[in-house]
Design a protein around this ligand. Structure first.
Ligand code: ADP
Ligand code: MG
Length: 724
């Protein structure tokens, strides 16, 4: 059965076999494909300025981009020391020009007198007060489009024009005409891809109308509706997959129904020098319910750095162990695994539980005995890195897996672990809070518990930005504070490409400081090239206050807990990402003393930055891009909480690879941006979850459409689900 839409684009007017071939190269084979080749931008009268207004804006200090439509009046090749190609344009209010310094031959061929163009770029004023664009973006439009545009306000779509199309002389204008006529003629034949009741309940435009509107917009607001329909559809199917994954996990009843024995837990709590916070208690009751259930736990525990997740994890371990099962804790680095090991051993020293450590770089004899103990069930709690789950370790009776600092592990890795044959309860812990939008998507199959309050004794860390010129003052501050018993981390950023050079740079920095500013202090060095035993030794010495100052690369980033360290100095802070900075800052402020985080950066990153408002809704993507470092550093000063920072981080990262989609197994998004479209996301999520709850196999007549679409377009992404 072939419908019209499955026909080759070849038969469209002004396409033909040659051009069809070049369309094919970019994945457009039939008419349906072509109808779903959407514009990347639109030109709309409200976004257009004229020359006079542009002039005013520049004078008033505007630094953004503008778009002006103009007709080519003159072109000129100016020969000075270097050649300049200049095109003079005219619009209804006056003249402006565009200049090019490179690729002149190419541009000379693009502009003919009398043609119309939309010019977009950041304008400047010449010495004579002329509006000028240097190497601007430009789109050719025809005179009719220009007329319609200016008089009736028609919106003009612009399509991406890859080189494959250019090769067969398809230009902006011809592509627009081809798609326009295809939309006029064939869009009505598109079959609906959403159930009728969803279209009605969510007041969506139907597929044919929406496709027409996308290509031939009738008004700005209708265009927005059309875009929203595709965003909703895309997010709805994404959420169906998330809901299916969750459903699959929930419908599994082969987990261990643990019985909670109160005695060992009570004994453990009594041994702690503090009471659990209310937040800790409430997440514990959620974890407890999961563990008691036959369904395997699949829970994410999020809590800011220092909020006390380790204790919570340990109590979960105690539940598993007191039922005769093994528990394992997986940490992202060897140094952190080792720290957990030492820490937990100490915390459980009153019990007769056996705790084992498994690391890649461990002594063979030690490792062999650990592996043996795990296999024959001598070991109750097993701590290690991902090496734990890479084949060599055999558990006798694994009942609980705790994954610390989730952001270092992929979702797929998590799935692999579960697929190892066990149906253990899984608790994933993260100090990088998951923004709401991600908790609905990539993490949507997890239940989420949040420790939202810090232990009471904590003071907000004082965070400062300062120029590298003030380093001497910073060092003196470190020296002064050491007299009060403060210990400090000084983070040394790795700037070199090569490991050898890195190491040398770290060592140079270390010996320089040791011999000058810190000659009266005890200084240690920690870097990634050290063996884990050496790292362990150094960390231990630092914890025992053998050093006042620890100079370190970012190996200290994750999870390290030395409560007496209360100053962290981060060199070249502008190089770091926001969550990394927050993680680093989280190394201090782990006691009741006032802690300090000092961000060192080049002068240029300080300047005006202080005046930033973090509502960057009004900043263009390009502006955000240019100011990322400043925004990050200032956000660190302004926000102590990782939750706020993670939302900002998500915005800064933009719509790119927010998902780490490859690992998540979820499809890439073409239309929607989960940050900007978060309200549509929420709507789509609720709809999808409701449907999956009610009809998980989409067997109902009205849901067939969903099943077909999922099987047809998303079969690759359905690995973790069962339908059909
Ligand atoms: P994170 O959530 O970053 O993993 P940790 O579990 O390492 O935090 O806890 C940070 C510090 O806070 C540890 O020294 C821990 O002993 C301490 N701590 C945990 N819970 C409490 C509490 N309820 N009151 C006081 N201190 C606590
Ligand atoms: Mg931790």
């Amino acid at each position: 059965m072939t419908d019209n839409l499955s026909q080759s684009v070849q038969y469209l007017k002004s396409v033909g076999p040659k051009r069809a071939e070049s369309f094919k190269k970019i994945g457009i084979i039939n008419l349906r494909d072509l109808l779903f080749y959407f514009p990347s931008r639109y030109l709309d009268r409200s976004t257009i300025l004229n020359v006079v207004k542009t002039n005013q804006l520049i004078i008033n200090g505007y630094e953004g981009e503008v778009t002006i439509i103009g007709k080519v009046e003159d072109t000129e090749l100016i020969r000075r020391r270097k050649q300049i190609f200049k095109v003079t344009f005219k619009d209804s209010s006056g003249y402006f020009d565009c200049v090019w310094f490179h690729g002149i031959k190419y541009f000379q061929n693009r502009f003919q007198i009398g043609e119309y163009f939309a010019i977009s770029s950041k304008p400047v004023l010449t010495r004579y007060g002329h509006v000028q664009f240097v190497h601007p973006d430009f789109d050719k439009i025809d005179s009719k489009e220009s007329e319609d545009f200016l008089h009736t306000g028609k919106i003009i779509p612009f399509y991406p024009l890859p080189k494959e199309l250019k090769q067969t002389n398809i230009g902006d204008l011809s592509l627009r005409r081809i798609i326009r006529s295809a939309a006029e003629e064939y869009a009505d034949e598109l079959k609906e891809t959403l159930p009728a009741y969803l279209i009605e309940n969510h007041k969506l435009i139907n597929i044919s109308e929406a496709v027409k509107e996308i290509h031939i917009p009738s008004s700005q607001s209708n265009l927005v509706e059309a875009k929203n329909r595709f965003k909703f559809e895309e997010l709805f199917y994404l959420e169906c997959m998330v809901a299916l994954r969750k459903y699959k996990i929930k419908s599994n009843i082969n987990g261990v129904p643990f019985i909670v024995h109160p005695e060992p837990i009570k004994k453990f709590l009594d041994s702690l020098p503090f009471e659990l916070t209310e937040s800790q208690l409430s997440v514990l009751s959620e974890i407890r319910k999961d563990m008691e259930s036959r369904q395997p736990m699949n829970r994410l525990l999020q809590g800011d750095v220092g909020s006390g997740k380790t204790i919570v994890a340990l109590i979960a371990c105690l539940i598993a162990v007191s039922n005769g099962y093994q528990a394992s804790i997986m940490a992202p680095t060897e140094i952190l695994a080792n720290q957990h090991f030492l820490n937990i051993k100490k915390l459980l020293s009153d019990t007769d539980l056996k705790i084992e450590l498994v690391l890649g770089g461990q002594k063979k004899s030690k490792k062999d005995s650990a592996l043996e103990n795990i296999k024959n069930s001598e070991a109750d709690i097993v701590i290690g890195t991902h090496a734990l789950f890479e084949g060599m370790v055999e558990f006798k009776k694994l009942g609980l897996v705790i994954i610390d600092e989730q952001h270092r592990f992929g979702v797929a890795q998590r799935a692999r672990l579960i697929e190892k044959g066990f149906r253990p309860d899984v608790l994933v812990m993260t100090a990088t809070p998951i923004p709401r939008t991600l908790s609905m998507t990539v993490y949507g199959d997890l239940d989420i518990s949040t420790i939202d309050k810090m232990p009471l004794n904590r003071k907000v860390i004082k965070t400062h930005i300062t120029s590298d010129r003030n380093l001497p003052d910073v060092y003196n501050f470190v020296i002064d504070k050491s007299k009060e018993g403060y210990q400090s981390y000084i983070v040394f950023p790795l700037v070199e490409e090569s490991e050898k050079l890195e190491l040398k740079a770290a060592e140079d920095y270390y010996s320089k400081l040791k011999d000058t500013y810190f000659k009266d202090l005890h200084v240690g060095l920690l870097h990634g090239r050290m063996k884990w035993q050496e790292k362990e030794e150094t960390m231990l010495q630092f914890a025992e206050k053998k050093f006042d100052v620890l100079i370190s690369t970012t190996v200290i980033e994750v999870g390290i807990d030395v409560p007496a360290a209360n100053i962290i100095v981060i060199n070249d802070a502008f190089r770091f990402g926001l969550s990394q900075l927050h993680q680093l800052r989280g190394r201090v402020g782990r006691s009741d003393k006032q802690a300090y985080c000092i961000l060192i950066t080049k002068n240029e990153f300080i300047g005006k930055a202080k005046t930033f408002d973090f509502n960057f809704e009004y900043m263009s993507r390009a502006e955000i891009e240019r100011n990322k470092s400043k925004i990050r550093l200032n956000a660190m000063v302004k926000y102590p909480s990782g939750f706020d920072l993670s939302e900002i981080d998500l915005k800064l990262r933009g719509p790119g690879d927010i998902f780490g989609t490859k690992q998540s197994g979820l499809p890439d998004l073409k239309f929607a941006d989960i940050v900007e479209d978060s309200s549509i996301l929420l709507e789509a999520k609720n709809a999808a979850f409701e449907i999956v709850e009610d009809d998980p196999r989409f067997d109902k007549e009205e849901n067939r459409i969903i099943k077909n679409k999922l099987l047809e377009d998303y079969s690759d992404n359905l690995k973790y689900s069962t339908i059909g």
